[in-house]
Design a binder for this molecule. Structure first.
Ligand code: TPP
Length: 581
């Protein structure tokens, strides 16, 4: 595929998806850099193009049209001051809530800020007057990038049209050659192919029925379905998700932060060990669903992410009240920005044709995994995942578990199973930093009357040692389980671990600190345990104590990779032995 063909497919996907979303009109001003979009807009059978030489006038022309149509109109210009001439119309659109999709062509990054002609800084050039800005990627011919181009268009349209309506700005760097190849077959979507849909608004709009009816129709005939539950805000969703699982017969793949694993709701359909199950390629293929209803944030599990990313044929409905288009798979077919609980309640009033066999296969695989967990940690080094098995037993009802980033959250995902206890699990998964974790958990403790436990790796603990003072200053109590593998254990799972020369110095980073002394400095109780019996006893002693209790668990970065991988391999074989999936 030539650069020209790559550009054509990418740009055509974007323009076609704009049309699919509902753009019927585009106002174009002449220029060279914008050629791919100009020609493709003119060629598109569902788009009417309008010409205006002066971009300032073009902006207001589009504004007038969008005012009348009450849906987004596209605006296209070349790079440089052309884009600056849209400014007044963008400002007016902002204040009068008129939906515009502003497309500015740009030089590629290597020609920015080096004196190339007609190159100005177009990034965020309309400031806070647009609802969304993105500097798009350079066109590439890969299926993932085609999805990216379509996702950008769907997102631009939905952001612009969402109340309060307004302008959005997408800046597109294009490399030469700029003339699209119109000889390429199938530039536009085929009749009946799925387009991305985005719906915003309160769930009450769903209750009107049309949306739910459409969804049911789309889901009909898809018996292999999953509900995937990530972190969700609020507390009212658990029963609603359980009801949807029961109505659809879809198993619930529940991230620990979904809090679907803990509490008094029905957990009959909960699968906690999907991460481990999906690590096995054969099982991943065999258990692949036809449809996924994904609620809240993207779960931590990488194999789940890979399955969704690499199988765009899965009909993926994303429901996320935050409306931030959290879909790193770029494969969502539908994006609902509505309250997750209300969505589940609406959908569960419908009758679904259930496929019990599919759900049973999932449950069976999950059970085999859980059955083998007690085999872990027999002799040898203490295994970090075991801390979560212990905590499931030891933590009291009505308590909070804050989980550090890096391996603790992944171990929580693998090893913390379902329990009727009301344990709320938290972590900082917005940006996955290992910083500030001690302080964040203290914030949780400060805002609650019930006990709080933090599980954290040693580097992350070191990172926020300062935070320990917060307990003394604010009279807080917190139990800290410090998983000390002396360094960054996560890196031993990554390809960097094969770089022997640099690994320990740059990634493993053992720092060999004596945390007993830190405990002393901050006036915390401290115990260094050597067995899980000692762990249980230290944990029980910590219960009800005032101040900070640190329980240090010495572990081994090197052996844990093997323990984990051996377990997964063994269990996958066991699963496959028993069932012909
Ligand atoms: N700096 C910040 C603020 N956040 C990050 N996520 C990183 C660096 C990169 N990083 C991710 S995991 C990790 C680092 C440095 C190692 C964490 O080690 P530790 O807390 O001991 O947990 P373990 O990997 O041993 O489970």
């Amino acid at each position: 595929m030539t650069g020209r063909d790559s550009l054509t497919r990418y740009a055509a996907g974007f323009i076609d998806e704009l049309a699919a979303q509902g753009i019927t009109d585009a106002v174009i001003s002449p220029g060279s850099r914008s050629t791919p979009f100009a020609i493709l807009l003119a060629e598109h059978p569902e788009v009417r193009t309008h010409l205006q030489i002066d971009e300032r006038s073009a902006g207001f022309y589009a504004l007038g049209m969008a005012k009348r149509l009450q849906r987004p109109v596209a605006l296209l210009c070349t790079s440089g001051t052309a884009a600056a001439n849209y400014y007044p119309a963008v400002v007016e659109a902002h204040y009068s809530n008129v939906p515009l999709v502003v497309l500015t062509a740009d030089r590629p990054h290597e020609l920015r800020d080096v004196g190339a002609p007609q190159a100005i800084n177009q990034n965020e050039m309309y400031g806070s007057y647009v609802k969304w800005f993105t500097d798009a990627a350079i066109p590439e011919d890969r299926p993932f990038m085609h999805r990216y181009a379509r996702t950008l268009a769907a997102r631009a349209y939905s952001q612009s049209a969402a109340v309060p309506m307004g302008p959005v700005h997408l800046n597109f760097p294009f490399r030469e050659p700029l003339i699209p190849n119109l000889e390429l077959p199938s530039l536009w979507r085929e009749e009946g192919t799925r387009q991305k849909q985005a719906r915003k608004g309160q769930a009450v709009t769903l209750a009107e029925g049309a949306e739910i009816k459409r969804l049911i129709e789309s889901l009909s005939g898809m018996e292999k379905g999953l509900i995937v539950c990530g972190e969700i805000q609020g507390h009212a969703y658990k029963e609603a998700v359980a009801a949807l699982a029961s109505a659809t017969g879809f198993p619930v793949l529940a991230d620990p932060l979904s809090n679907m694993r803990t509490g008094s709701h029905s957990k009959d359909m909960i699968i906690e060990n999907y991460d481990s199950i999906l690590k096995d390629e054969t099982l991943r293929e065999r258990l692949k669903p036809e449809a996924v209803i994904r609620l809240g944030a993207m779960p931590v599990s990488k194999p789940l992410f890979l399955m969704l990313r690499d199988s765009p044929e899965i009909y993926q409905i994303v429901v996320d009240q935050n409306g931030k288009w959290r879909d790193p798979t770029l494969a969502a077919a539908e994006m609902f920005s509505v309250d997750e609980a209300a969505f589940c309640r609406e959908l569960s009033t419908e009758i679904f044709k259930k496929n019990d066999e599919y759900a049973l296969a999932w449950k069976h695989a999950n059970q085999i995994f859980r059955n083998h967990l007690p085999l872990l940690d027999e002799g040898g080094d203490l295994f970090e995942g075991k801390a979560f098995l212990e905590l499931m037993e030891l933590m009291p009802d009505d308590s909070q578990l804050f989980v550090g980033n890096s391996m603790p959250i992944r171990d929580a995902d693998t090893y913390f199973g379902v329990t009727d206890k009301n344990i709320t699990i938290y972590a900082n998964r917005g940006a996955n930093g290992i910083d500030g974790v001690v302080s964040s958990s203290m914030g949780v403790a400060a805002a609650s009357q019930s006990p709080t436990v933090l599980v954290i790796g040693d580097l992350s603990f070191y990172h926020d040692l300062n935070g320990l003072l917060g307990a003394k200053l604010n009279d807080l109590s917190l139990t800290i389980v410090l998983l000390n593998n002396d360094g960054g254990g996560i890196f031993s799972f990554l390809p960097q671990s094969a770089e022997e020369k640099h690994f320990e110095q740059l990634f493993g980073t053992p720092i060999g600190l004596d945390y007993g002394k830190a405990a002393q400095l901050y006036g915390a109780e401290y115990s260094l345990i050597q067995s899980w019996e000692e762990f249980a006893s230290a944990f029980k002693t910590s219960a009800g104590q005032k101040g900070i209790q640190i329980i240090e668990v010495p572990t081994n970065r090197k052996t844990r990779v093997k323990i984990h991988r051996d377990l997964l391999q063994f269990v996958s074989q066991e699963i496959m032995k028993d069932v012909s999936y």
